[in-house]
Design a protein around this ligand. Sequence first.
Ligand code: COS
Length: 379
Amino acid sequence: MDFSLTEEQKLIQQAARDFAQNELLPGVIDRDEKQEFPKQEVQKMAELGFLGMMVDPKYGGSGLDTLSYVLVMEELSKVDASSSVIVSVNNSLVCWGLENFGTEEQKEKYLTRLATGEIIGAFCLSEPEAGSDATSQKTTAIDKGDHYVLNGTKNWITNGGTAGVYLVIAQTDKEKKHRGINALIVEKGTPGFEIGPKENKLGIRGSDTHSLIFNDVKVPKENRIGDDGFGFKFAMKTLSGGRIGIAAQALGIAAGAYELALKYSKERKAFGTEISNHQAIAFKLADMHTSIQAARLLVYQAAKDKDNGSNYDVSGAMAKLYASKVAMETAIEAVQIHGGNGFVKDYHVERLMRDAKITQIYEGTSEIQKIVISRSILK
Ligand code: COS
């Protein structure tokens, strides 16, 4: 296993690091507090090519590999996980799904605009009663010949209010269970499509999370992705890659919290010396550093698997399971090392701790990742 980075990958990593420090950091506390979407920052990320990183340049993308994408996700997430989730959803769920399974017409019409960041996309699978149990779709897409009629509600949709294009998973034929599910491209503003209220969240508060309501929404047949009944497979395949993005986000949150804690421990004095000189703190730093490096290797492995054309369902699940656990544990310890200051917003670690939690939940909970991993061991 060789994870040494190419010169190009190092440059991309540095560009993301500079962008995060110079552009994301200054307003991150304020956006978190006000639940403000990073509109200008997203525009700048689009200019840097971060919104269509793996998309073929002929559709306006940067044509990069998954490892480069993971490096960018890590650097952005060290500072602002609300911004990085926008990047992750747009890249690995929406753009990747369309590029790999969309028709040429769909790619020309939607992918180019998504990859260049002219619009952003949303991926709509979860429902009030179908999160982990994703085959239990209550949203229906009834076949009316040349179009579908969409009815139902989707929940916790990232980019829910700001997206221009929504990939919506819905049941067409209940008898066929998961083989009767379709994925449809729905444009914002289509009659009958309403955006519900914004969620007031524990973490990633700068990201824009909504429920979506579909009331007799007419969607042309040419907006279906893949063959009739491909929708569930589409969602699973797309989420397998999405999980690598979220694993990288978790890695970034952990690394960001660790870097802050390390710096603080060398500055803050207690009992006559910097707290890093106390073994209680030094050992915490040792544990954090070790588990972050282990998480990084799992994330890189999953990215490499995807780039090499190997199966990444399990390596992605392992990366997400482990990196999200490390994110949570590291962020809690970073708050502890900061003591009273850790509980105060100005020091950033309390936000990273709140942001870490969602990485154990979205794009498949940790329990779902364990289902994927254990099935692969036991089959
Ligand atoms: N790639 C391609 N196809 C896949 C797949 C994958 N990674 N995982 C499952 N499938 C296919 C299976 O092959 C099966 O199709 P066939 O019957 O045609 O062979 C179909 O999907 C159903 O699979 P399975 O029987 O394993 O379904 P389960 O109901 O047991 O669920 C899990 C499987 C739990 C893995 C799935 O429901 C899941 O990932 N749930 C979580 C969804 C999620 O991430 N929600 C968060 C929403 S996004 S924020």
